[in-house]
Design a protein around this ligand. Structure first.
Ligand SMILES: Nc1ncnc2c1ncn2[C@@H]1O[C@H](COP(=O)(O)OP(=O)(O)O)[C@@H](O)[C@H]1O
Ligand SMILES: [Mg+2]
Length: 338
């Protein structure tokens, strides 16, 4: 088991800088999720930790061991790729045991390790199949099993659920969480799915343009995002960002009879989570659409000059869902508008 510590990490492809000074600390045994838009450098960061990408600058430590100059094999990490990357001509059994075969372990020891992992992941009856004869979910479990048999200190997952259909994705998400608890290892998992990010992480890291925009417990990023970028990235539906004006003490939103403390002056965003406001009859905005989601309704409110505002109401509590409304806001965060 090991903590992960990254300082000033830079990766370039030719003249293009993909990672530009990444600083990141992941505690021993934590479940860290890296999230960010497509192309922001998530896979590149994982590949650099795995040793598949050579950094132009910076250091990577696992525990107190500096690993950035070591070969991938010497790092004590295992990576599960989005594509699974199974050996197509090898049975599930050999795919699972191959890393141990390469290490030259005795046959009996490999068999025991493979069977233990096959039992853990429900692959026992599939050991003699080729990858082509497996479903997507089964291939995914083989890819995870292949990482687990190596007993690495750090597991790296690159969008492990993105090729699964939605129902299976929810199941495997729970499996991953249980697996993390059982192994007690450090997990670093890349996704662009905000639901996955909140459900799994005990540390959430948002990447923006090759740097860490914010890192911390998921609740901290949910409650107190430090930028509009982070605010929009976390939560479904995402946080509403309403244009407001700060006077150095409070910020106000046109037409609201409430103000929110902030030291900012000039244009700001007032961020309101859809689940942290309710509607009363009024004239601030008009209900534009209502989506019934079963346990809740998402009501879209429009007002000229404002972006549409999403309000998430418990279905049983819904009173007003049409016509003119005022927003009653429980909590808001004030963010710089750049
Ligand atoms: N081998 C490569 N050569 C040149 N550019 C690359 C290479 N791999 C990735 N990139 C570029 O680096 C950026 C980050 O890629 P990546 O880390 O895969 O992003 P993400 O996983 O966040 O979607 C992208 O703009 C991508 O086009
Ligand atoms: Mg990627």
């Amino acid at each position: 088991m090991a903590s992960l510590s990254i300082r000033g990490l830079a990766v370039r492809y030719g003249a293009t800088s993909v990672l530009d000074g990444v600083d990141l600390e992941v505690a021993d045994g934590a479940y860290a999720i890296l999230i960010g838009p497509s192309g922001c450098g998530k896979s590149t960061l994982l590949r650099a930790i795995a040793g598949l990408e050579r950094p132009a600058a910076g250091t990577i430590h696992l525990g107190d061991r500096r690993v950035d100059a070591l070969s991938p094999q010497a790092r004590d990490v295992a990576m599960v790729f989005q594509s699974y990357a199974l050996y197509p001509h090898m049975s599930v059994r050999r795919n699972l045991g191959f890393a141990l075969e390469v290490r030259g372990l005795p046959r009996a020891e490999i068999d025991a390790a493979v069977e233990a992992v096959a039992d853990q992941l429900g692959l026992r009856t599939l050991l003699d199949r080729l990858p082509a004869a497996l479903s997507g979910g089964q291939r995914q479990r083989v890819a995870m099993g292949r990482a687990i048999v190596r007993r690495p200190a750090v597991f790296l997952f690159d969008e492990p659920l993105s090729n699964l259909d939605p129902a299976l994705r929810a199941d495997v998400r729970i499996e991953l969480k249980k697996l993390h608890r059982r192994l007690g290892a450090t997990f670093v998992h890349v996704t662009h799915d905000p639901v996955e990010a909140l459900a799994l992480s005990d540390q959430l890291v948002v990447l923006e343009g090759g740097r860490v925009a914010q890192s911390g417990p998921p609740r901290e990023l949910y409650d107190a995002p430090t930028s509009a970028f982070v605010a929009r990235f976390i939560g479904t539906p995402p946080m509403n960002l309403l244009p407001g004006l700060g006077d150095g003490h409070v910020a106000r939103v046109d037409g609201w009879n409430r103000s929110f403390p902030t030291p900012l002056v000039g244009p700001v965003w007032v961020g309101v989570r859809p689940a942290e406001c309710t509607l009363t009859p009024g004239s601030w905005g008009q209900v534009d659409a209502v989506e019934w989601m079963g346990a809740e309704r998402v009501v879209t409110v429009v007002r000229p000059g404002f972006p549409p505002v999403a309000v998430q109401l418990r279905d049983r509590d819904v009173g007003i869902v049409e016509g003119g409304v005022d927003l009653s806001v429980e909590r808001a965060v004030v963010l710089a508008r750049l």
